[in-house]
Design a protein around this ligand. Structure first.
Ligand SMILES: Cc1ncc(C[n+]2csc(CCOP(=O)(O)OP(=O)(O)O)c2C)c(N)n1
Ligand SMILES: [Mg+2]
Length: 595
């Protein structure tokens, strides 16, 4: 930051006369905001006008869904607020999907929703809709500026609550309330630390762990949010417990660590599943144990039904919600892990008696899975073998392995919803936290690319890479405009299999291959990328995958985005929702053939 902007980042002190726009912008500065994503609109133009003087960069996007996803990615890698703003009415409703996605990713985003002016609301004028009910179920907090004099107070509260409750906060402002005159003091940020949790529950957890013969840790998102990876490692080492990462939180434990067992859940690591199935005590550290993270995979029912489960989560409502637990601790993952280490240090632990034996089990399960994954060159079900036969395109698994091998250090990888993105789960390994940005439980196609853009804006020195299926790419590719205009250098890996593959898999497995709306007629994505002002590359040989990735990462430093179109076969990995589909039943004569 240069001297001029440093001076501009000084927040006015004490009670001062100002306009609501000034109060709003000064509060953003006080909350540390340096970047705001959005599309320009008359509703908030008076405030936008002074962003540069406050040292705030406004990043104009192609679609407001892109803005909220970028704010999400920004907050997930930086640990700071992600912020976006839109025009009242249609600009604001374009936020909906992204807010729901951020809600389930626990991202502290503040989305600012100017609304129809207070004197016109209810009259059905231009760009009017009730903006609070729309978001009521997908926000942690909704602040409504009901009087312009409360602009700073309510703006600050939204930022405080987004961080306190780890999720989106809406700041709703009648557009006429940006104008006027007021006297106020800019509130200081309120940041509340969470302790390790109830001492009695921690004692009980320590007792269970001390007597455990095969303890296993599941590390979840809470380890990231609390910056607790070091403490998680210390606890695992003390117990010599293998660590499975919770579904889509592969960046919560260093993959090179001997105790790392890999990810649980859909397309996860069999080693993690086999190890946890032997556990007598599971320590769920900073995870809500979401339903998809514990469902059977590869035909393995791995969740240990008779094990004692200790669950630690910052949100008390998550304790015991999905899985029955023996001990629930409402606390910060980092502080709780440290408190457990403190209690267990120097004690004689049952798990130390059989350390050598367990170590051999950990090593052999990991080696077996690594070998299986290495040999798993392509899918072997009848459909996949048939469809890939004679194809000159790459097998997705080989391409994913080549990407894994070429992955630069410190990379931030976002993943979309789709069959190949899901298969990627086994090949995504990280050494540091805040590196994996998967579309979490909301599961919307079109998530990964804008999220990678936001991550890159927050951490320009780290490589940003998005994994996107060709169907999901169609939803999100408009943000190439933003990359070109704003010089956001990211790499997008588009898996071109010419189909909405994940859904097609259901047609194959349940609907006798009666395909409906799953075939994609694609243009040349590489050519489209170039016409947008990005680089476009086509790769159809596994041997070229690594170099293409590395060259694209070099281009990131020049602010140039690269779209790498990976030509892959139409083969498909295991389906996601086998649990939720059933074989079709038809009673009416005209539909009888549709079984
Ligand atoms: C916004 C949205 N629309 C529809 C879906 C349903 N859906 C889930 S996966 C999928 C197919 C993804 O296809 P693609 O992006 O090409 O990846 P592939 O499965 O082929 O690897 C669809 C349509 C969704 N999750 N999100
Ligand atoms: Mg596809």
């Amino acid at each position: 930051m240069n001297d001029m902007t440093q001076a501009n980042r000084k927040v006015v002190q004490g009670k001062q006369r100002m306009t609501p726009s000034e109060a709003f912008v000064e509060t953003l500065v006080s909350q540390g905001v340096t970047d705001v994503f959005g599309i320009v609109g008359s509703a908030y133009m008076d405030a936008l006008d002074i962003f540069p003087a406050a040292g705030i960069r406004f990043i104009p996007v192609a679609h407001e869904q892109g803005a909220i996803h970028m704010a999400d990615g920004y907050s997930r890698v930086s640990g700071r607020h992600g912020v976006c703003i839109a025009q009242n009415g249609p600009g604001v409703t374009n936020f909906v999907t992204g807010v729901a996605a951020a809600y389930w990713a626990h991202s502290p985003v503040v989305f600012i929703t100017p609304e129809t002016g207070s004197m016109g609301i209810g009259l059905g004028g231009f760009q009017e809709t009730e903006q609070l009910p729309i978001f009521s179920k997908i926000t942690k907090f909704q602040g409504h500026v009901n009087n312009p004099k409360r602009m700073a107070e309510i703006t600050a509260r939204c930022f405080d609550r987004a961080m306190l409750d780890l999720g989106p906060a809406q700041l709703n402002i009648p557009r006429d309330y940006f104008y006027g005159d007021l006297e106020c003091e800019i509130p200081k940020p309120v940041r509340i630390g969470r302790g390790p949790g109830d001492p009695a529950a921690l004692d009980e957890a320590a007792k269970l762990l001390a007597s455990a013969k095969f303890p296993v840790i599941v590390s979840g998102g809470g380890v990231i949010f609390s910056n607790g990876m070091k403490e998680a490692v210390a606890l695992a080492e003390l117990l010599h417990a293998p660590v499975a990462t919770s579904y889509l939180h592969n960046d919560t434990f260093p993959a090179s660590h001997p105790l790392w067992a890999g990810p649980l859940g859909y397309q996860g690591a069999k080693a993690a599943m086999k190890l946890i199935s032997q556990a007598d005590v599971v320590l769920a550290l900073g995870t809500r144990l979401g339903p998809f993270g514990t469902l059977p995979q590869y035909g393995i029912e791995y969740w240990p039904k008779n094990a004692k489960i200790i669950q630690i989560d910052a949100d008390a409502h998550m304790l015991g919600l999905v899985r029955p637990i023996s001990v629930g601790i409402n606390g910060d993952a980092r502080a709780a892990a440290a408190a457990l280490v403190e209690r267990l240090k120097g004690q004689s632990l049952a798990c130390q008696q059989n350390k050598a034996e367990r170590d051999a089990t950990i090593k052999s399960e990991k080696a077996a899975w690594e070998k299986e994954l290495g040999d798993w060159a392509h899918e072997t079900d009848a459909y996949s073998v048939e469809i890939a036969k004679g194809s000159s395109a790459m097998h997705p698994r080989q391409m994913l392995r080549a990407l894994e091998r070429a992955m630069p250090r410190h990379a931030m990888v976002s993943t979309d919803i789709g069959n190949i993105c899901s298969v990627a789960n086994s090949y995504l390994r990280f050494e540091e936290p805040r590196s994996m940005l998967a579309a979490m439980s909301f599961g919307n196609c079109g998530y990964a690319f804008p999220v990678a853009c936001g991550a890159k804006v927050a951490c320009p020195d780290r490589p940003a890479i998005a994994y996107v299926g060709d169907g999901a790419w169609g939803i999100s590719l408009n943000e190439m405009l933003t990359c070109a205009r704003e010089k956001i250098g990211v790499t997008v890996i588009v898996f071109n299999n010419g189909q909405w593959g994940a859904e097609k898999k259901n047609h194959v497995d349940f609907y006798s291959r009666r395909y409906q709306g799953v075939e994609l007629e694609n243009p040349s994505w590489a050519a489209i990328a170039r016409s947008f002002g990005c680089e476009g590359v086509v790769v159809d040989k596994v041997g070229d995958v690594g170099a293409a990735l590395q060259e694209s990462v070099k281009r990131q430093a020049e602010g140039k985005a690269t779209i790498i179109e990976m030509m892959v076969t139409k083969e498909l990995g295991d389906p996601f929702r086998r649990d939720a589909l059933s074989v079709p039943v038809r009673h009416l004569e005209k539909y009888k053939a549709f079984v």
